[in-house]
Design a protein around this ligand. Structure first.
Ligand code: NAI
Length: 718
């Protein structure tokens, strides 16, 4: 088997172990690693008397990535014994390393996430290089997993149960080296690789016989073990706090992490390591980890890697962006562009209105400076790239325009007509419309091939998704430029075809309609909100509707009604109309909607809702409440695939999680259909049942099972 670890012994008796898997761009905890580490430990033990210490470092730009995800995603119950054995070997060798009797220092030259940090935790001392992209942490929870190479066991012993759970294990936070130092998972941060190795050697010289804290006779777990009275009194609050953090969602990974940490804290280290393995295998052989690895690793990599970008289309990069409209979206887009090093000119109707884009950037930059994420000089440089104006001429020379004025087709066409003549020849023309078909908007410009939708999400600085919308006449060059621009400003760009509401706005509409419809039927509003949160949605649909504003929901629906022959009136529409027109409850911005808002904070659900229901107090099984929302979105996403609005399942999965809050545990809206108990056939059977109970909108596409079978689940797992 390939050797993934180089062994070099210097004249000073220090062995440098260089992690360097020749077959991969990053080191992972695959079988070759396990075999290499066993061989290394045999040799270290054999040569122990001649050694003064060990430095573990890497030849890759990153220190070490995590587990072997392609193997993990395929794991079945039948693989459990083999996986347990592999994990046992990996843990045994890390244990041999920390009990070698010689100082072992991790020289963490780049990111150490998951398995990489677990290797470092088995060293006596950790020195992190302050590389700009370097991140340290145990992000397993974000993939539905737990750190199973000693990560739970050692962080609990290092930081205590509460500390390890809240700062490292349950958040999965990827920390910059300075944050890792503050948390206590590394001991030093240095500026240069030379300094890193010098410090490692110095530490070895100063600490000839170190042991891990937990191997010392006087070791006490920080904060006490569950057997100690003080911690025992707090323990019952742990699961309750976790449930609160998860807003009631039942997710297997956080629960398993909590269990492994608490159980492991009550037993000796070796037993704790075994407990950790068993919990990990439970997760690995379950469905949720597969869903999450599929989406958050493989799908995300495919999307960001350019799967949807036309290949071989060489286009000049955008350098100077015109943003039209300095409202919430325009200001956010301008900040994102300037932060990525692009020059931006923002135009609004008056200098004051345009100036809001600069104020927005100033606010965000001040926060970054306060948090130590940027220097004053960085902030000044970003601001210097933003020009605000009410003059068309100021946009001269921009090689892209992104329009974010009010959602009004006539206004949008008018502003394009006004500015296009002054832009650089061939400039990319983009609209941030959230619902208006791109093909229609493009009729107002003389270069429809350069016209495209670039639909950002609010707040732009925090939402990673960009939905690129290809109109009927949009050319490949425009798509390639929009894609490259999206990547340049750090977004995850999915690419969809045109249609009213495209993919994201359309499908989230089904979620809101279904939820509001249930309230209209007479299901208590609080039950609807709870059902969604417990299903894993990040926000309740009624709170979301208030946020979007009921007036806007009403307006979008009326536009759709006017434009479409297939418009179906739903109970939700009646309720929204009554709330807006008869009860003056327009949503959050207006101070009241489904909820009341006092001083801007969300208060109680409005008790009057029940009087507007057709069948007050109607009892609907809780699972039905949840699945009506999940299925409403999934069925519409399937229709988007059929109609060609969606080009790939990958884009659907990523877009649904990152754009519209589809529950992350599902791995995305189409994966939800594939992973449903019984597969697509099970999904279709359940949809039929929902159709019988709640209406035809749940009738599954006739040949759903065959059609999904004919499409391979994408992307292929390497
Ligand atoms: P907004 O109301 O906050 O901002 C619109 C801005 O456009 C205002 O500053 C207004 O003065 C300016 N404006 C109006 N006429 C103009 C003209 N002739 N020239 C230059 N500027 C002009 O609206 P928001 O929320 O920023 O939305 C803008 C666009 O983005 C809309 O098309 C909306 O559908 C879309 N969108 C909104 C999202 C949201 O969450 N609010 C999400 C994604 C897209």
């Amino acid at each position: 088997m390939t050797t993934t670890i180089r062994y070099d012994r210097g004249a000073d008796g220090i062995v440098t172990l260089t992690l360097d898997d020749p077959d991969q761009s990053a080191n992972t905890m695959n079988r070759a690693y396990a075999a290499s580490m066993s061989a290394v430990l045999d040799r270290l033990e054999a040569e122990r008397e001649e050694l003064t210490g060990v430095i573990v470092t890497s030849a890759k730009p990153t220190f070490f990535a995590g587990g072997d995800l392609p193997e993990m995603i395929r794991a079945t119950r039948a693989d459990a014994p083999a996986l347990a054995e592999l994990l046992g070997t990996i843990k045994r060798d890390l244990r041999r390393l920390e009990t070698l009797g010689r100082p072992v220092v991790a020289a963490v030259n780049g990111s150490a996430l998951g398995g990489g940090l677990e290797i470092a935790l088995a060293c006596h001392h950790r020195i992190a290089l302050d590389a700009p992209d370097s991140r340290l942490g145990l992000p397993e929870v974000t993939l539905g997993l737990l750190p199973g190479a000693g990560g739970v066991t050692r962080t609990v012993r290092m930081l205590g149960l509460a500390g390890a759970l809240t700062t490292v294990l349950l958040t999965g936070r990827r920390m910059r080296p300075a944050d890792a130092l503050a948390t206590g998972i590394v001991d030093e941060v240095v500026a240069t690789p030379t300094e890193m190795l010098d410090h490692a050697r110095a530490w070895i010289a100063a600490n000839p016989h170190p042991t891990q804290p937990w191997d010392r006779p006087d070791y006490r777990m920080p904060g006490g073990t569950p057997a100690s009275r003080s911690l025992a009194a707090q323990l019952p609050a742990f699961p309750a706090t976790l449930r609160k953090q998860l807003k009631g969602a039942r997710l297997p990974a956080p629960e398993a992490i909590l269990a492994a940490a608490v159980e492991g804290a009550q037993v000796d280290l070796e037993t704790a390591l075994t407990v950790e393995t068993r919990h990990l295998i439970g997760l690995l052989t379950g469905q949720v980890a597969k869903n999450m690895i599929g989406a958050f690793f493989f799908d995300l990599k495919a999307v960001n890697g350019g799967a949807a970008r036309p290949s071989g289309v060489d286009v000049p990069p955008v350098r100077r962006v015109a943003v039209l409209g300095a409202g919430m979206m325009g200001a956010g887009i301008a900040y994102a562009c300037a932060s990525a090093g692009l020059d931006v000119v923002v135009r609004d109707v008056s200098p004051e209105a345009a100036g809001r884009a600069r104020e927005h950037a100033e606010r965000l930059l001040a926060r970054r400076v306060r948090k130590g994420r940027a220097t004053e000089a960085d902030a000044r440089a970003v601001l210097a790239r933003i020009t605000t104006t009410d003059q068309v001429d100021a946009l001269a020379g921009c090689d892209a325009v992104i329009e974010a004025v009010f959602e009004d087709p006539a206004l949008k066409q008018a502003v394009f007509a006004e500015v296009l003549p002054v832009l650089a020849p061939g400039a990319l023309i983009a609209s941030n419309t959230s619902t208006l078909p791109i093909t229609g908007l493009a009729t107002g410009v003389d270069r429809p091939a350069d016209f495209i939708g670039m639909h950002f999400f609010s707040p732009v600085d925090r939402m990673p998704l960009l939905e690129i919308v290809v109109g009927e006449q949009t050319g490949d060059a425009a798509l390639a430029r929009a894609f490259d621009l999206g990547r340049r400003i750090g977004k995850t760009p999915i690419v969809v075809n045109d249609g009213r509401g495209f993919f994201t706005s359309r499908v989230i509409g089904r979620f809101i309609d279904e939820a509001v419809g249930m309230v209209a039927e007479g299901v208590p509003a609080a039950s609807v909100e709870q059902a969604a949160l417990q299903a894993g949605y990040p926000t309740g649909p009624l709170a979301l509707a208030d946020e979007v504003s009921l007036t806007l929901i009403q307006r979008i629906r009326r536009q759709f009604e006017a434009a479409s022959e297939e418009y179906l009136p739903l109970p939700a529409h009646r309720l929204v109309d009554e709330l807006v027109d008869a009860y003056d409850r327009p949503g959050r911005a207006g101070g009241r909607g489904f909820y009341s808002y006092d001083d801007g904070t969300r208060g109680r659900l409005w008790p009057g809702l029940i009087d507007l229901a057709t069948d007050a107090g109607r009892a609907v099984p809780f699972t039905d409440l949840q699945e009506r929302m999940l299925f409403a979105e999934a069925l519409d996403a399937l229709r988007c695939l059929d109609e060609g609005v969606l080009r790939t399942e990958t884009d659907a999965n990523i877009g649904s999680i990152f754009g519209i809050g589809f529950p992350a545990w599902t791995g995305g809206v189409i994966r939800y259909v594939r992973q449903y108990a019984g597969g697509p056939a099970g999904f279709a059977a359940r949809a039929t049942e929902l159709a019988e109970r709640y209406g035809d909108r749940f009738t599954p596409p006739a040949d759903l099972v065959d059609r999904l079978a004919a499409r391979p689940a994408e992307p292929a797992v390497a």
